[in-house]
Design a protein around this ligand. Structure first.
Ligand code: GRF
Length: 193
């Protein structure tokens, strides 16, 4: 039985796309049952719709609090029979109650070699610090931001001529490789908290 996966996005959704493409393989242990966005015009929604995947838009700004917004997402996730949640460029902090309720069943991709460079502007900070390597991490989500146990990482060199954009592109290529691999490990029960 394939695990039922929901992907949460806020923007262009290139990692979402990598997961959707991977899940087209009949041997892949997960199927994408829902793409949920907190932004109505998130670019990734179109790709999901074209691929006949159910989509939902739940705009955080229409809710009085983070908890109530998270509750609304939880209802949509449960209605879709979600077993695993994959955050893919989802730009909202999640309430502890929501995170705890999906503990061990929610994963995220972050564009740094965690625990280095949690938070935003990871590539700019890595270049400014003179790092020789950068990369990306797929990890289980825990209440602390960008802090849960690592599932997979990929490392790339930082080149002397790199700008934030060239480094981001090099890292993103790896993100698209390791996110489907990490989701596979979680869906197969080979990676767990
Ligand atoms: C990626 O760099 C991801 O690591 C970070 O946000 C970005 C989302 O890009 N969490 P995309 O929407 O998947 O293209």
């Amino acid at each position: 039985m394939k695990k039922r996966v929901a992907i949460l996005i806020s923007g262009r959704g290139s990692n979402m796309r990598a997961l959707i493409e991977a899940a087209k393989d009949e041997d892949y242990p997960a199927e994408i049952v829902l793409v949920l966005s907190n932004v109505a015009d998130a670019g990734g929604l179109d790709f999901a719709r074209q691929n006949k995947i159910a989509t939902a838009v739940i705009e955080h700004r229409k809710f009085p609090s983070r908890e109530i917004f998270d509750d609304a997402m939880d209802v949509a996730l449960k209605a879709a029979g979600t077993e695993i949640v994959a955050l893919a460029g989802f730009m909202r902090l999640l309430s502890p109650r929501f995170v705890e309720s999906w503990r061990g069943r929610m994963i995220n991709i972050h564009p740094s070699l965690l625990p280095a460079y949690k938070g935003l502007h990871t590539h700019r900070r890595a270049i400014e610090a003179g790092e020789k390597f950068a990369g990306c991490t797929v990890h289980f989500v825990t209440p602390e931001l960008d802090d849960g146990p690592t599932i997979l990482q990929a490392k790339v060199p930082v080149l002397p001529a790199d700008t934030e954009d060239t480094l981001a592109a090099r890292v993103l290529e790896q993100e698209h490789k390791i996110y489907p691999q990490a989701l596979r490990l979680v869906a197969e029960g080979k990676a767990k908290i």
